[in-house]
Design a binder for this molecule. Structure first.
Ligand code: ADP
Ligand code: MG
Length: 568
């Protein structure tokens, strides 16, 4: 046998462990959810590998997770016969944090326990949550396909380091022994632990089993003899994949817990939609709108997408092919009966089936968001979190442009507030008589937009203007040129014609002004020369003396700045 080696945890792991133990204590029972969830993932991964090599099952093909309690040793043990881990797996999975978004996560920590515990929840608690209740954790694991003497024991007190020792293990899979801290004896009670498992893990698709002691022969109520029952492992959950069950028998709680299992988020989702589609396409989808954005939503390399199953067999996490990028915040499961079991990311790229599933999931999601938008408070929470992503939609998805546009929310001069709550339909409903365009202004910041001299005349005439100042906005208005047959019109570009909205007297007065200033304009033109395209008398300003305007089809000053900062 090999030697025991000691390794130091990655610095971030040490920090996470400290935080976890202190900030999540009031929620300590969630460690069970995390460990059962990992066992279920391990079963999914083994099933997937066995698709191409069924010998991996050996003589142990019934996948399950078992929980056993030992009052004398004061341990709680979680045993699975899933995929297991090699030495390298153990070092990289149980000694480091490989997640994208790790840097952002640590940079946002404040030291305030309740705030930080929410952040950890969003980041994902995972395996390390075992240390909330245990002062020592022993993991024994043997990877599928490895020999008995190729197993590994990992052990740590959750402080600075962990040890790794080669061992012999008879069965495939992973066994996690929690040596409970003093005072955590409640987790030795079968009743308590079973209750927690039912609460969080009822939806797990493999059996979660407890040992049922032998029951001796007894006498029934009517005096009949009841035969003895030998000791056996007994499942406490339904052990069927949640999405295959009928909607009518599923509770909100079950949907919520299932979301947490697949998303690694610990908040409840904002909403979900569960659909079985039969006919030309055959699939089940269960899609969730999260409440909170993950840390890595803006990271280009971040993983996102749905969990893909084919005929209930897990195929892959983060299948990004089924959702357009502007809906990358969506989570969920897609179970297809039309894809082959041996489907790979490469094959997924260009099948007709993928295209039709993507179309289905996209339109389902847009419908969910439309429904969500009927509840303005909930929708505002959604928009504040994901609006910037959704604004990528009109450029990316021409086919659904109108539907996406209806979901957008903006700041406007109607509220003069940074909260983006005005829809295009709201805007249209407030349009003045004779107004047939939707006015907007794009600027570097909300304050710059709100105080722009371009707005003066519109404010005076009581015309509403959308105030756009998100980085994505310039891109958005280039692709969203109209809504409901109303053109979107920049008030900072040429071509803005408010004359239709003026009465005859105003028009006459304007003509007179233009004539009166003709000689001044001529002097400006000579003085400025080729630095400007044109100089005009403006009727747009009421307080400011002058402003710079770009031609309708020229780049806006905003876009020019953007190009300059990109080194163009
Ligand atoms: P996550 O589940 O989000 O990946 P965790 O911290 O829960 O993060 O687990 C880290 C990794 O450790 C898992 O991704 C998996 O590779 C490995 N792991 C944890 N528990 C098990 C297990 N019971 N069997 C096999 N691998 C496991
Ligand atoms: Mg996990």
């Amino acid at each position: 046998a090999g030697q025991k080696q000691t390794h130091g945890f990655q610095a971030e792991v040490k920090q996470l462990l400290q935080l976890m133990i202190h900030s999540l204590y009031s929620n300590k029972e969630i460690f069970l959810r995390e460990l059962v969830s990992n066992a279920s993932d391990a079963a999914d991964k083994l099933r997937f590998m066995a698709l191409s090599d069924s010998s991996l099952y050996g003589d142990d093909g019934d996948l399950r997770v078992r929980i056993s309690l030992d009052e004398t040793a004061r341990t709680l043990t979680i045993i699975d016969n899933g995929v297991g881990m090699s030495e390298q797996d153990v070092i990289s999975h149980l000694g480091t944090i490989a997640k994208s978004g790790t840097k952002e996560f640590f940079s946002q920590l404040s030291g305030d326990q309740s705030k930080d515990s929410n952040l950890i929840g969003q980041f994902g608690v995972g395996f390390y949550s075992a240390f909330i209740v245990a002062d020592k954790v022993t993991v024994r694991t043997r990877k599928a396909g490895a020999a008995a003497n190729e197993a590994i024991e990992w052990e740590s007190a959750g402080e600075g380091d962990y040890s790794i020792t080669p061992i012999t293990k008879d069965s495939r899979g992973t066994e996690i022994v929690l040596h409970l801290r003093e005072g955590e004896d409640e987790f030795l009670s079968r009743w308590t632990v079973e209750k927690i498992v039912t609460k969080y893990s009822d939806h797990i698709s493999i059996p979660v089993e407890f040992w049922q002691e032998e029951q001796p022969e007894s006498e029934g109520e009517d005096g009949e003899k009841v035969a003895a029952v030998p000791g056996h492992w007994q499942a406490v959950n339904k052990a069927t994949a949640l999405w295959t069950r009928d909607k009518s028998e599923l509770t909100d709680k079950e949907y919520n817990e299932f979301y947490k299992h697949i998303s690694h988020d610990w908040n409840d989702p904002l909403s979900w939609s569960h659909n079985k589609v039969e006919g030309k396409s055959n699939y089940t989808s269960l899609l969730y709108v999260p409440k909170k954005a993950p840390f890595d939503m803006w990271n280009r390399d971040a993983q996102h997408g749905l969990k893909l199953y084919v005929q209930r067999v897990f195929i892959m996490d983060d299948a990004e092919q089924f959702m357009p990028s502007y809906l990358r915040f969506m989570k969920g499961v897609l179970d297809s009966s039309d894809l082959p079991l041996n489907v790979s990311r490469e094959i997924l790229q260009d099948t007709k089936v993928t295209q039709s599933l993507r179309k289905g999931c996209t339109s389902r999601t847009l419908k969910m968001l439309e429904k969500l938008s009927k509840d303005s408070e909930k929708y505002q929470a959604f928009w504040d979190e994901f609006g910037q992503v959704l604004k990528e939609g009109p450029a990316e998805d021409m086919a659904n442009k109108e539907q996406i546009a209806a979901l957008l929310r903006f700041s406007s001069t109607h509220t003069d507030d940074t909260v983006q709550s005005v829809s295009l339909a709201d805007y249209i409903s407030r349009m003045k008589e004779g107004q047939d365009e939707i006015y907007y202004i794009v600027a570097d910041s909300f304050a710059a937009a709100k105080n722009s001299p371009h707005l003066e005349v519109l404010r005076k005439k009581g015309l509403e203007v959308l105030l756009l100042s998100d980085r994505i906005d310039e891109w958005l208005v280039q692709h969203l040129t109209d809504f409901n047959d109303k053109k979107l019109r920049s008030v900072a570009k040429g071509g803005l014609d408010l004359s239709k909205l003026d009465d005859e007297d105003t028009k006459k007065a304007q003509q007179e002004t233009e004539q009166a200033f003709a000689s001044v304009i001529a002097r400006f033109k000579t003085a400025l020369g080729s630095q400007v395209k044109d100089v005009k008398v403006s009727h747009r300003l009421t307080d400011s003396p002058a402003c710079v305007v770009t031609d309708e089809h020229d780049m806006s000053t905003q876009m020019i700045k953007l190009m300059e900062s990109a080194g163009q």
